[in-house]
Structures are given as C-alpha cells and as structure tokens.
Write a protein that binds this ligand. Structure first.
Ligand code: NAP
Length: 677
C-alpha cells in the first residue's frame, strides 16, 4: 500500500510534509499508512492569509449567505462520504462509529446552517437582547450587539473525531464570519485531510476561510492576538499546557477548552430489576463502553447505582458485553473495532492498571480475548472492561483518571445525596445522566449536580424510544463542562456562534441604534411612504416606513358584541362593579384582543397584494385599559426585514396603539411574509 503523504492546506496551497515528519499507523493492521509534518509551513503567513483574505471575504457575506454556504458544503460532503468511511476504518472505527463522526459532523453543519437562517439576521450585526431604556424620554437608548472577531480561530482537535471535531468548530466559526485554521490530532489526520480536500475542491467558501495543519503547530500560538481565538479539544494536560502560554494570557486571547471528563451515569433509587429503566441503563452503559471503542469524551466512565443494584447490573452488563464481537471494523458482525493507535491502547492499559488499585475487574481480560478477522497482536484492539469499585468514597483515581477507551467502573451509592456527591467527584463533567422514572429524583439531583455538569441527560420509559443517547452531543445543546471538563462551551445553537463574536454595548439615539442594528427602534425617524406599505413588495419597503391610521371609537356595544361572539365574558369587560373593584381597571374596559382586531381592521389593506400571510405576533403588551367611548388609532412601522425563500421575505412591523391623548395602550411586533415581486 502506498503511504499517504498528508498535506497541509495553507494560503490556498497544498504543502507536503517535510523536515521532522511523523509516521501514522493503521489502528487495525499496525502498518504505516501515512506521514505528516508541518515544518514547511509559514505560520505567520497562514495567520495573515486568514486575517487579511479569509476574514474580510467572509464578513462581506451576511449571516444568511454564510448559512446557505454551510448547507451547500454539508450536502457536498454528504455526497462524498463513502470515501471518508473507507479511510475511517483505518482509525479502528466500525461503520456505525464512522457515522457518528462523519454524518454527525455533516449533521452539525446542517443544524448551524438552518439555525443561522432562522435565528440570525440577513445582515452583519447580531442583536443580543432587547433595547434598554437609558433615558426618561427615550432619546438615549442601549442595545447589545455582536460582530465577528477580526482574527482567526485556531481549532485544535482530538484524535477520536477527525471529522466531527473539525466541523463542529468550523460551522459556528464560519457562520460567525471568522476563518479557521484547523489542526487535527496527527494520529487520525489523514481522515481530516481528505475531508478538507473535498471542502477546498467544492469552492463553496471564499479563499482563506479555512486552512489545515497536519503535524505540529510550531510557534503559531505565540503569534496570536486579541482578535484570535483558540478552540481546543483534547486532554486536560495539553489544555493546561496550551492555555498557560504566557503570550496568550498577556494578550487576552480567548481560549475555549473541551477536555477529558469523568462522566457518570446514575440509576435512580426508584428503579427495580423488572423496570424498563433497568434494561435501559444496561443498554446505555454498553453502548457508551463499545461505541468508538469507548473513545468518546462523553462516554460513561462511572456508573453510580444503588448498593443493592451493583450485583444485578454487573451481571446484566457483563452478559451484554460478552455478546459484543471485537474485530476488523469492516466486518458487519463486528460490534467494536480497534482503538485509534497502539499508543492509545498502551495508555488505556496503563490507566486500567492504575485503577486496579481501587477496583476489581468484573469483565474483560486484555490478555485474553478474541479478535475477529484481524491480527490482535498488530492492531490496537482491547476488550470492553467493566470494573467495580467497592469503596467509591475512599477511591481517588476512579474519579480523576480517565481511561480513554472501552472502560467503565460500577460503584454503589446509599441514597440520592450520596449518588449526587459521587457524580460531582468528577470535578466537572461534560455530561451526567440519570435513568429514572421519578421526576422528583430528577429535580433533586439537578439541584445537587447541575452546577458540575455541562449537560444533564434524563431518560426513562417515556423518552427511551426517541432519546438521543447519553454520549451524543447535539448541535442544539451546549457541549462543554465546568472544571475538569475544561470550563469551555461549544455548540448550543447560536450560543456556539457567539464564542467567535464580540459582544458590544451600543449606546446612542434611536436613529443611531436603528442604523447600526438595521432594525427600527421606537423614537427613530419615521418615513411616510407614498403608498400603503401593504401594497409594496419586499424590496420597496424601507426600515422606518410608517403610517398612522384613522381613529376608531370603541363602544360598549362593540365590547358586548365581542364578548358574545367569542364567549369571552370576563367580568372586567361585562360587570361594571366587579371591574371597578379590580385594581387594574376604572370600570368595564375593552378586551385586549378586541383592540388587536380593531388595529388590524384599521391598518390592513384588504385587496390581494404582496403581503402573503400574517405568521405571528411577538412581545404583545397591553399597557393602558381602554374604556367604552374611548378612541384608538394605530401606528404601523417597518421594523426589520429578513429574506426567507426565493419568493418572499419576512417583514416585522412595530404596531403601537394609542388613545386620543396619544398615550400608548398596546404594542407588539407583527410578523408577515411579503412577496419579492
Ligand atoms: P491530546 O493529546 O491532548 O491532543 C489534542 C490535540 O492537541 C491534538 O490535536 C494534538 O496534536 C494537539 N497538541 C498536543 N500538544 C500540542 C502542543 N504542544 N501544541 C499544539 N497542539 C498540541 O488529546 P488526544 O489524545 O488527541 O485526545 C484524547 C483526549 O481528548 C481525551 O482525554 C478525551 O477525553 C479528550 N476529548 C475531549 C472532547 C471534548 O469535546 N471535551 C472530545 C474528544 C476528546 P498531535 O496529535 O499532533 O499531538
């Protein structure tokens, strides 16, 4: 077999390994399959290319442009994923494992693409929260905004997810508008390199949006500045070494760390051996031990179960593990492939030997196990190993040393407080799970343990058919954890994008805030359009276009008619004495929904036109009651515009209702879809 020369992708060129190179072996056969090395790279030139070429080109695009490109890129990779699976086998991964990595990475990109279009503006500034009223009359206001960092994201990944690890960092970074310099772990960098080749060939993102280092990072980190960010995934030791770089500290370079984690899973005290939750615990435990041969940062390392359940669970888990075939990951019958490298295998064995001082082995002998279809002496194979710790309070290593492989330790607890205390002994985890059918158990353990965890996963008979699994980070939900887990946070929907952006508090007049946020703010200039805005197509509507309607008097007959028609006979509208006794009302008042309906009647243009549909209403507040005989009128203003499909875009309107004294009686945001043509 030819040995792959793994190139780096720098300044739009592929650079072959040179100088101090490193050989990479197949996890399955032990044969050398690739060579990597980054001595030929000019790291300063890479940074300059990202900052001066990639960043400006990305920032020229809107959030929606970038989201559309993310989707196109994800689909491009999806069509070519078979080639990636073929390489992935050499990392020891079965097809199921490869899908977690490759399809998981593509899926993550798709979620960011979709969230970017749904939850971010089709512009360049992201508004964070509502307007803050900083002055009495409203001439001076505040608004938080987020804009992309002007540097690069250096994205360093662990060996276990060569594709997902890259894409789950690159997707939020590109959506934010920040170029990435990707540095995969060398041991599996051949898979990342193949994926980056496809990404570059696609031409979907502008030059400089991403670059790749296969090999070491040299002095790259020393060259980073305050507009750059390091997103790191890997071991706690490496994270500590990198984040304590004095130059990074001195320059205030952002550093996000996702590191190892002694995740625990608790079986609730409510669960008996005949309950579905018992089998569920066993399945989750076995899956977490064997998927990707246990090389998942989120895998269950500690199983924390009621004392009386230690025995039945160790029997049930051992029986299920015994059914797992270990071997050549290309075989359909293989349930668990190899670890990623011989050195990883050696690491796991050393850790298990350390843990054996505190634990006994229930299942899995690394000296004696069958390997199907491959040479067990050459490949990095291990059996799943279930350990039992009889004194988890006294144990230290069990709660602090991660065996990054198919290893997990079972331990007993006395009561829920004890279970929570053991769970928290991980010192900060990515995920803790609780298998319980008792909501009170779930709530109690949340109060004990949520602060030590980035994610709490509850599962039971109700959710088990659809639950996504203890060990699956989801792009919608935060991935990261406090303390030992690194203190960082990734994913979590748009929260993940914010790591690559700067939040800035903007203070100024309504017109200034309107111009910056491209969103009309109360008090900003109102422009009187030449025609009713509902007769104008999307492109002809401008932020700030405003009409005032004629007034309408709300009569007692209107109120009674509305009450009878809708059945809403609430006493505040129908009973003068009872309404007067209520601290909010001077007497009978109009229904709020009647006012909304009258407002629509006042401002809509009835004929068919570009306004296609009213799709919702946000932030409705009724601010002053309207008594029978009072007059109301409405103000309708174009607040924000967002392109949605090829045919129409969303227009958000500010609608404000006033009484005759021009006091506000109600305000809301109206959502409509308006045709482009
Ligand atoms: P690692 O040895 O800490 O390496 C992580 C990354 O750091 C690799 O890309 C590595 O590159 C790089 N690196 C090492 N020393 C460096 C240096 N001096 N300068 C710049 N980069 C450097 O971890 P690993 O063995 O790849 O991964 C296993 C660990 O990752 C486990 O502890 C696991 O729990 C953790 N992990 C965490 C998550 C999470 O999301 N929290 C996900 C996956 C894995 P080289 O390969 O070239 O050395």
């Amino acid at each position: 077999m030819t040995i792959m020369q793994l190139n780096s992708f720098a300044q739009n060129k592929w650079i072959a390994p040179s100088g101090n190179t490193r050989q990479i072996s197949s996890a399955v056969t032990g044969d050398v399959i690739a060579v990597a090395g980054s001595d030929g790279l000019d790291f300063q030139a890479m940074l300059d290319f990202g900052r001066d070429v990639g960043g400006p080109a990305l920032r020229e695009l809107t959030f929606h442009d970038r989201a559309r490109r993310l989707k196109a890129l994800a689909l491009y990779l999806q069509e070519r994923r078979d080639a990636l699976y073929a390489l992935s086998y050499m990392t020891g991964a079965t097809l199921t494992d490869s899908k977690i990595d490759i399809d998981g990475g593509i899926g993550t990109m798709l979620v960011f693409a979709s969230k970017g279009r749904r939850e971010m503006p089709d512009g360049h500034v992201f508004l964070d929260g509502e307007i803050e009223q900083l002055s009495r009359s409203g001439s001076f206001l505040g608004q938080h905004i987020c804009t992309p960092l002007l540097g690069v994201g250096v994205q360093i990944n662990a060996f276990n997810f060569p594709v997902w690890g890259m894409l789950e960092k690159l997707a939020p970074s590109l959506l934010a508008g920040v170029p990435g310099i990707v540095k995969p772990a060398t041991a599996t960098s051949y898979l990342t390199e193949a994926c980056v080749q496809m990404m570059a060939e696609s031409g979907i993102f502008p030059d400089g949006s991403f670059q790749l280092i296969t090999g070491g990072t040299g002095d790259l980190l020393d060259r980073l500045g305050p507009q750059d960010i390091v997103s790191f995934t890997g071991s706690a030791d490496t994270a500590f070494k990198l984040r304590s770089n004095p130059l990074l500290l001195k320059r205030g370079v952002r550093f996000l760390a996702e590191q190892d984690s002694l995740n625990g899973s608790v079986l609730g005290p409510d669960v008996g051996v005949d309950d579905p939750e018992f089998d569920l615990f066993v399945s989750e435990a076995v899956r977490e031990m064997t998927a990707k041969a246990g090389q998942k940062c989120t895998a269950i390392r500690r199983m924390i179960v009621p004392d009386a359940m230690v025995r039945p669970l160790s029997d049930a888990i051992a029986a299920k593990l015994a059914d797992t075939t270990i071997g050549d990951p290309t075989l359909k019958t293989t349930g668990m492939g190899a670890l990623a490298s011989a050195s990883q295998k050696a690491d796991v064995l050393a850790t298990v030997s350390l843990l054996s001082g505190e634990c006994s082995r229930v299942f899995g002998d690394p000296e004696r196990f069958d390997v199907d279809g491959a040479d067990g002496d050459k490949g990095a194979f291990l059996p799943p190993m279930l350990l039992r710790c009889d004194d988890p309070d006294a144990a230290v290593n069990v709660h602090s040393v991660e065996a990054f492989g198919p290893v997990s330790t079972l331990m007993g607890y006395r009561d829920l407080a004890h279970a929570g205390a053991l769970l928290n002994r991980g010192g900060g985890s990515l995920v803790g799970s609780v298998i319980t059918n008792d909501p009170v158990v779930a709530r109690d353990i949340t109060l004990i343990s949520a602060a030590w965890h980035g994610r709490l996963y509850f599962n039971n008979r109700t959710s088990m058919k659809e639950a996504t699994g203890h060990g699956s980070p989801l792009p919608h939900m935060v991935h990261g954890g406090p303390g030992r887990a690194g203190g960082g946070e990734e994913l979590g929907g748009i929260r993940g994008v914010m790591h690559y952006m700067q939040r800035t508090a903007i203070q100024g007049s309504p017109d200034i805030l309107t111009a910056i946020g491209n969103t009309w703010v109360t008090g900003a200039t109102e422009v009187k359009p030449t025609a009713h805005p509902f007769t104008r197509v999307y492109g002809d509507l401008a932020i700030g276009d405003t009409i005032y309607t004629d007034p309408r008097t709300v009569t007692l007959e209107d109120i009674e008619h509305f009450a009878e028609f809708t059945g809403d006979n609430f006493y505040a509208h129908m009973d003068e004495d009872a309404a007067k006794a209520n601290p909010f009302f001077p007497g009978r008042v109009a229904h709020g929904y009647l006012l909304l309906s009258f407002a629509a009647g006042l401002f809509v243009e009835p004929n068919p036109g570009p306004v296609l549909a009213n799709t919702g209403l946000n932030s409705l507040s009724f601010q002053k009651p309207v008594s029978p005989g009072e007059e109301i009128h409405a103000r309708l203003t174009v607040k924000r515009k967002t392109g949605r499909t090829d045919e129409y875009g969303e227009v958000r309107w500010n609608v404000t209702l006033f009484n005759r004294d021009c006091e506000q009686v109600a305000e809301y945001e109206l959502l409509t879809m308006v045709a482009y043509q």
